[in-house]
Write a protein that binds this ligand. Structure first.
Ligand code: NOJ
Length: 748
């Protein structure tokens, strides 16, 4: 469908070019007909009505409270109202009572599901399964649009390399390639393949660099060079926009002194001029106003001028545009053409979404769409694929016939709100299935529940009761982690160990002498090194959402084998931040080729020399990016490239044989990494360039062929242009970022 739509667009754009001169390609898929409608409407609007379209407010509650402003054309968009009856009333006032009848664009943070909550985005990324991410986003759109929400502030495409930053939970982690692939998938899922009433406009955010907050403290300044921006932080946004994202949100941070909401270089030069983005740019919540706190503008009028001049179309909750733009246009300080451009971008989205034709929803039918069985099923599958098995001494999977009595314990065992994770406004905990509920249903009468700790932050000196229960059980299933409130916006942490007495609880459980299976549900990779010796197996589930309980039960009892991989490096201690796999090579690289070599070197007390490492914690993390075990094992053999040398416009065909060397079916995330050995700049030691999930039966081998366009190796070099620099490269095909033998090739 999408292809057909794109083809039609191409023809239309070509036709327009033939009769009306060249038009830059549209990123949002507009057509001459849409543009005509937008222009016709714009021509009828007063300056005040135009500026009204640029005003977005949080408008929950009784629509009558906002009737005058909506009727007067002073509000273009609202956020935070989800009741379909009230939303219909909002739209009725806009459509029937305002002079031009322009419908409102209704936004909401639908971040990882609407009512049916999927794993947090970091967990979705751990699936390395863009198709599944797309399916989840489509479901989120079906549920949200049924209630009248046609715009989500998602996906968050901020690269996050500092787990102290609470918002790492909301994105795809540390890697540019993975983030870009997930971002595209989410955009496609939200917006759908056609502009019907289930299309929910995506909003790529936060533009840009927000995840690089100094010290991992939310809202903090960033200092990213143009090259870092272009090579690491911008590509996911470019990918999201190429996938058709209708909108983009500016970020709170200032980068090298310039707040994003006024950053003409990123918003105009790159976004509009280089990428040709013709969608809607919205501020983050009061990020225009926050420029006053930044000390970047003296008052609301000044920051409103900064924002409009940077090309920001819509003001979320500063009231800067609505209060000051008109006087500035009348005074000749701001050109009306800038207002027209912004309003065009807003109206275009409203037209494309079909809001003029379909402003209302069938409110009575909306409830039936929520929590549909197919939605819950997709949420469960996603939670299954997103869990990462970090340790298994053989205890997993459990055999239901052998474990008769099961002790369930830990603060996350029955925490229906907390397992939903951050930004799950609409997920109702009554619909959450916790691990305790799932296990009780599956094994009636065989589950003993002793919470041990009720909250993750709780302190407890003695665990007599839970240890006594552990002694009586065949197996201990302990669910640890973080409450939802410990990650997400404004929830950064300086200490990443399990909070409260959770580690002590785990150690106490071990003393009972029974097999201990730990599951951690968290919004970030916690520093769990000290906990690993105290459990036989550890599953890392991030916050798994509504269906986390059944998914975890299925994993623990082996109905499905774990296949998730770490979307972010797991650190040994917080002092290692920032540590990510794709770092540049230093002049004094650590000696070992692999983590294992170095562990051996350390064990042998070999001198490590004056290299880039910590005296106390070495040079490596606890688990590398892309890592995860299964209940089977995989071997890579006969790795090959189809050529020794490639043209810059060529395609690398890499192949290998993947064998399931274990005793059961399993899925491996095959990853391809590349290194550019000598560049005009120091290059990363490895960069992910391809991944795919491959399911094999026990003993099965399959020859895999993977295509990597040489153009994917391009980067912004010393001369400020993006290209593939000829020279020598290495390529790995492996199951994580720290394994495999390198193949060599060159680009001419
Ligand atoms: C602030 C957050 O930074 C942003 O991600 C969110 O979309 C808006 N608030 C709207 O709730």
């Amino acid at each position: 469908m999408k292809t057909i739509r794109n083809l039609i667009l191409l023809v239309l754009v070509a036709a327009a070019a033939a009769c009306g001169g060249p038009r830059p390609a549209s990123t949002v898929g507009t057509t001459p007909d849409v543009e005509r409608r937008v222009d016709q409407l714009l021509a009828k609007m007063t300056l005040s009505e135009k500026i009204g379209q640029m005003n977005q407010i949080s408008a929950g509650g009784d629509p009558a409270n906002y009737a005058e402003a909506v009727r007067g054309g002073q509000i273009g968009s609202i956020l935070n109202e989800v009741d379909p009856v009230r939303l219909n009333e909002f739209q009725r006032i806009a459509v029937e009572e305002s002079r031009l009848g322009i419908p409102l664009l209704v936004g909401r943070d639908v971040i990882h599901g609407f009512h049916t909550v999927f794993p947090i985005p970091l967990g979705i990324a751990a699936t390395f399964d863009p198709a599944l991410a797309e399916e989840g986003a489509r479901i989120a759109a079906l549920e949200a649009t049924a209630q009248g929400i046609r715009w989500t502030f998602s996906p968050m495409l901020d690269i996050a390399r500092d787990p102290r930053w609470g918002r790492m939970a909301e994105g795809s982690g540390e890697d540019t390639w993975l983030d870009a692939r997930m971002g595209e998938a989410l955009v496609r899922g939200y917006q759908g393949t056609q502009w019907d009433t289930t299309a929910m406009a995506a909003c790529v955010k936060h533009f840009v660099g927000y995840g690089a907050a100094e010290g991992g403290r939310d809202y903090n300044s960033t200092f990213l060079s143009e090259r870092q921006l272009r090579n690491v932080y911008l590509p996911p946004f470019e990918a999201g926009i190429k996938a058709g994202a209708l909108t983009l949100m500016t970020s709170f941070n200032d980068n090298d002194g310039v707040p994003s909401t006024a950053n003409r270089f990123i918003l105009k030069d790159i976004l509009r001029d280089e990428w040709g983005f013709d969608g809607l740019v919205v501020t983050d919540w009061n990020s225009m106003g926050e420029m006053i706190s930044h000390g970047y503008g003296a008052d609301r009028k000044e920051v409103a001028q900064e924002a409009i001049e940077a090309g920001v179309d819509m003001d979320m909750m500063t009231y800067g545009y609505i209060s000051h733009l008109e006087e500035m246009v009348r005074a000749g300080v701001v050109k009306e053409s800038a207002i027209d451009a912004a309003v065009r971008n807003i109206l275009r989205v409203k037209v494309l979404l079909g809001l003029f034709e379909h402003p209302y929803v069938a409110a009575a039918a909306a409830a039936a769409v929520q929590y549909a069985p197919a939605h819950l099923d997709a949420a469960r599958r996603t939670a299954e694929e997103s869990a990462v098995l970090l340790k298994n001494d053989g205890v997993l999977p459990l055999d239901p016939a052998r474990v008769r009595t099961i002790l369930v314990t830990g603060p996350m065992a029955d925490a229906p709100h907390d397992q939903l994770g951050t930004w799950a406004f609409d997920g109702q905990k009554e619909h959450t299935v916790t691990p305790l509920a799932a296990l009780r249903e599956r094994f009636p009468g065989r589950v003993t529940y002793v919470p041990g700790l009720t909250y993750s932050r709780q302190k407890r000196d003695r665990f007599d009761e839970v240890v006594a229960a552990a002694r009586k059980a065949d197996v201990v299933l302990v669910f640890l982690g973080e409450e939802a409130i410990l990650s997400g916006e404004a929830h950064s942490l300086a200490d990443l160990n399990l909070k409260g007495s959770q580690s002590e609880l785990l150690a106490a459980l071990k003393s009972a002498g029974k097999p201990v299976v730990a599951t951690v549900m968290a919004g970030r990779p916690l520093t769990i090194e000290r906990d690993l010796p105290n459990c036989g197996a550890l599953l890392y589930a991030f916050h798994p959402g509504t269906m986390g309980g059944p998914a975890l039960a299925n994993l623990i009892f082996g109905d499905v084998a774990p296949s998730g991989k770490t979307p972010v490096t797991f650190l040994r201690t917080v002092g290692q931040v920032p540590m990510y796999y794709s770092h540049n090579m230093t002049g004094r690289p650590y000696r070992g080729e692999t983590l294992l070599d170095d562990i051996e070197a350390e064990a042998g007390q070999t001198s490590l020399g004056n290299t880039s490492y910590y005296l106390d914690y070495g040079a490596y993390p606890l688990f590398p990016f892309g890592y995860g075990l299964s209940y089977t094992s995989f071997a890579y053999s006969d790795l090959a490239l189809d050529n020794a040398s490639y043209a810059q416009d060529g395609v690398i065909r890499a192949s290998c044989t993947l064998t399931n060397t274990g005793a059961r079916e399993g899925t491996e995330v095959v990853q391809v990494y590349v290194r550019d050995l000598v560049g005009s700049l120091t290059r990363p030691v490895k960069e992910l360039k391809h991944f795919e999930r491959v399911t094999l039966q026990a003993g099965e081998s399959r020859r895999l062929e993977m295509e990597i366009p040489v153009s994917d190796l391009a980067f912004w070099g010393l001369d400020g242009t993006k290209k593939v620099e000829p020279g020598d490269f290495q390529l790995w095909i492996a199951g994580d970022s720290n394994s495999g033998e390198a193949l060599s090739f060159s680009v001419r």
